[in-house]
Design a protein around this ligand. Structure first.
Ligand code: MN
Length: 130
């Protein structure tokens, strides 16, 4: 069975780029363009990992990570933040939100591959109820 990765990204071109790449890497892909859709995808579509754009239009994408870390069932679901701001302040904000790591934009796909493999291996398939 393939691992499912949820892409939360408001920019359609970035969403498509990530989606194509993840599919080529052998993942099943779920997408959400806004926070509301992302909350519902996490609850109902059982992703094994979440790729989270920090700047989600007018919203702070990290709200999703904060929320997940407060739910027992999503507490250990891996979240990798994607950020355009590779600053120390942004990094600590990302880690404080409970993300497992982050990759800066423009995305280094080799780094993303390593982060994803590490996260998915650590979480195993335990997060999937089906
Ligand atoms: Mn964005």
């Amino acid at each position: 069975m393939k691992h499912r990765v949820l892409i939360v990204e408001d920019n359609a071109a970035n969403r498509e780029l990530l989606s194509d790449w993840l599919e080529a890497e052998g993942y099943d892909v779920l997408t959400a363009a806004d926070l509301k859709t992302a909350f519902s995808a996490v609850e109902n579509q059982h992703p094994h990992a979440v790729l989270l754009d920090v700047q989600l239009g007018a919203d702070d994408g990290l709200q999703l990570a904060h929320w997940m870390r407060r739910q027992a069932r999503f507490q250990h679901l891996p979240v990798i933040a994607v950020t355009a701001h590779a600053m120390v302040a942004e990094e600590s904000r990302i880690l404080q939100a409970g993300c497992n790591g982050y990759v800066p934009k423009p995305i280094d796909f080799r780094q993303l591959r390593e982060s994803l493999e590490r996260c998915v291996a650590a979480s195993g398939m335990a997060s999937s109820p089906d």
